[in-house]
Design a binder for this molecule. Structure first.
Ligand code: FPP
Length: 253
């Protein structure tokens, strides 16, 4: 895993987001602009994944959640789905040594059991080997969709009520959070979406309640460590009120 640039100023570490989520969008348009197959965009996108994972590790960000494949992405042409699965497998296998060396733990959120068996096996191996690592938690959202996640959580809770393991009055926001794929993690502080689209596309809808959102016009294959650092600086200047009143103003909403 190599950094694409080390010359960027490292932002003040004390105010960095603990958890960053990224909607990596624009691979197809990047390829189209160059009269290339969409898969070439995903290939270049994978290289950017490596560079941003390294940046998070070097900067001291604790959790990075990458939206790599959504529940809706299964409806793409078979050849594109196949290529994406191959790229995922390649990434998981080729980066394994780096994950171990750099104390990175790999985890998957989403319907892991829907992925091709060989991909599942490589993911399981990597998850098992890295399970005690604690510098960076790399969360790959695979066959992930918030609505599916919430539906599954509701079903699990209903089942527990049915079997008297839970009571109706036990249903709280914390209980719901603890039934999501992200149960052990803090909510994302910052969600970045590339390619200039202003939507969350079924990504961490419950968890994003108070996330700061940053939309970048850059297509994911062109995203760089330098821009990532600029976005982190932008985040550091946000006034996060969580629905309360700002410390610096008395009339803020
Ligand atoms: C969205 O771009 C991107 C995806 C659906 C896949 C993201 C995958 C990668 C970045 C590479 C593989 C991932 C890892 C973790 C190694 P799009 O195809 O929707 O682009 P478009 O909107 O321009 O068509």
């Amino acid at each position: 895993m190599k950094s694409d640039s080390k010359q960027n100023v490292t932002p003040d570490l004390k105010d960095l987001p603990a958890h960053v989520g990224i909607i990596m969008d624009g691979n197809g348009r990047w390829a189209k602009k160059r009269f290339m197959n969409r898969v070439k965009g995903h290939e270049r996108g994978s290289q950017v994944v490596r560079s941003i994972v390294t940046s998070c590790m070097e900067l001291g960000i604790g959790i990075l959640t990458l939206y790599a494949f959504s529940t809706e992405n299964w409806a793409r042409p078979k050849s594109e789905v196949k290529a994406l699965m191959m790229l995922l497998k390649k990434f998981i296998v080729s980066e394994r040594e780096a994950f171990l060396k750099n104390n990175i733990r790999v985890h998957v959120i989403g319907q892991k059991d829907k992925l091709p068996l060989d991909v599942q096996q490589e993911i399981d191996t990597t998850m098992e080997l890295t399970k005690h690592n604690n510098k960076l938690l790399l969360n790959l959202a695979l066959s992930y969709g918030s609505r599916e996640e919430i539906t599954t959580a509701v079903r699990e809770i209903a089942k527990k009520i049915n079997s008297n393991d839970l009571e109706f009055s036990d249903i709280t926001q914390d209980l719901i959070s603890n039934h999501l794929y992200t149960k052990t993690m803090p909510d994302p502080d910052l969600i970045i979406r590339t390619s200039g689209e202003y939507r969350l596309s079924n990504f961490l809808l419950w968890q994003a309640a108070y996330s700061e959102i940053y939309i970048s016009d850059t297509l994911w294959p062109d995203f760089s460590r330098a821009e990532f650092v600029e976005i982190l600086k932008n985040f550091q200047n946000r006034d996060r009120r969580f629905g309360k009143v700002s410390c610096s103003t008395s009339n803020a909403g």
